[in-house]
Design a protein around this ligand. Structure first.
Ligand code: GTP
Ligand code: MG
Length: 370
């Protein structure tokens, strides 16, 4: 909206359209009330009529996240979010399969993970751990980089027969860049040529120093195929999580991070999200990036519809008007009108940035007209 009709401008200023036309005429412009004028001319008129232009800042319309810190007493323990990383075919999905007791790998095209899957696993103590499975394929570097940012702990899967490979190194650098602690799972220990000691030594070169090498990084030998070492791995994750004292306020409007999103033929836009704080409920009005909507359904990692989802829960959300981007923040707001307002504001801003036009638009410019 980079132009406005004379009449609309007059309405917003509570002036007569004819008076604006007169003023414009004296400025050398012959226009009628129904014609549009550009932003500079509009600003000039506003000043001529003695009104102030109050430029609206982001904070007036968009969501004020930074002011919205949860007080200490509202925080409750939440499950850790663990991302499984490692070189292609080192057994990330197999490990998750083994932990969940399901078999996802078989259903994957060519056995290669092409998206970020997320699941919650219960330990024998009843503690929950949220796992994100990331693709090991080189083409998905960027997606993996995003995965590292919502993550509390990285489990680095290294095949004991193959050792440290390029994407192992890359995963280490993502984890380090995000400041995320690493637990090393040395996988495929059932193989004859498994050489876990070599893995530990080669990790030294990457400055990942495991306990056996007098460092402080936990490591565990496992076989995703045979199911060995898994309890020990879960224990180590729980131990690491305990040290981190992970907490969130569950009793507030939800916020979540979009892990991935797509348009589903039958269900419309589907966003896979991870709740970061608050509790997401069916019926909630929400904004995700530049999209808005109302929660029509929440689906858990078992494919079951649930009514609500608390902190660290990975769920699919249905009901957005469009497909958000991976990495977008999802925020629950008071009502759908507010959701639309925020989404439209962000869309406008995105459009402005694309076309590199003036930093304000008419709606923003006159929203606070005195
Ligand atoms: P991408 O998602 O493509 O990066 O692979 P991934 O790391 O998820 O590996 P995936 O779990 O698909 O396993 C790759 C291959 O290694 C499969 O053939 C698995 O059966 C095999 N594999 C995984 N874990 C083990 C293990 O502990 N022992 C043995 N012998 N084979 C394993
Ligand atoms: Mg996989």
């Amino acid at each position: 909206p980079e132009a406005i009709t004379v009449q609309e401008l007059a309405n917003r200023m509570a002036e007569k359209g004819a008076d604006l036309v007169k003023e414009l005429f004296s400025l050398g412009m012959a226009v009628t009330v129904n014609q549009t004028i550009d932003q500079d001319t509009a600003e000039l008129l506003v000043e001529q009529f003695g009104h102030n232009i109050q430029k609206v800042s982001d904070a007036d319309i968009d969501i004020k996240a930074e002011e919205d810190v949860d007080p200490e007493e509202t925080l409750k323990p939440r499950p850790p979010v663990v991302t499984i990383m490692g070189h292609v075919d080192h057994g990330k999905t197999s490990l998750l399969d083994a932990l969940r007791g399901t078999n996802v790998t078989r259903g994957e095209a060519g056995g290669i993970t092409q998206h970020i899957g997320s699941y919650q696993v219960k330990t024998k103590n009843g503690d929950k751990i949220t796992f994100l499975d990331t693709p090991g394929h080189a083409a998905f570097t960027e997606m993996r980089a995003r995965g590292a940012n919502v993550t509390d702990i990285v489990v680095l899967v290294v095949a004991a027969d193959d050792g440290i490979m390029p994407q192992t190194v890359e995963a280490i650098s993502h984890a380090k860049a995000a400041g995320t602690p690493i637990i090393v799972a040395i996988n495929k220990m059932d193989k004859e040529d498994a050489n876990p000691q070599k893995v530990r030594e080669r990790l030294l070169e990457q400055e990942v120093i495991v306990e056996a090498m007098s460092g402080d990084v936990q490591d565990v030998e496992i076989s995703a195929l045979k199911g060995t070492g898994l309890d020990e791995l879960l224990d180590k994750i729980a131990l690491q999580a305990e040290l981190m004292e992970l907490k969130a306020n569950p009793d507030r409007a939800a916020e979540a991070t979009v892990i991935e999103a797509q348009l589903d033929k039958g269900r419309g836009p589907v966003a896979s999200v991870l709740v970061t704080r608050g509790t997401l409920k069916k019926g909630d009005a929400l904004v995700a990036g530049t999209m808005s909507g109302r929660v029509r359904a929440i689906i858990d990692d078992q494919g079951k519809q649930i009514k609500e989802a608390g902190p660290s829960m990975p769920v699919e959300v249905l009901g957005l008007g469009g497909v958000p981007n991976a990495g977008d923040q999802l925020t629950v707001v008071e009502n759908e009108q507010r959701a639309r307002e925020v989404a439209e504001y962000r869309q406008d801003k995105a459009n402005e940035q694309r076309t590199a036009l003036a930093p304000t638009n008419f709606d923003a410019m006159f929203a606070g007209l005195a």
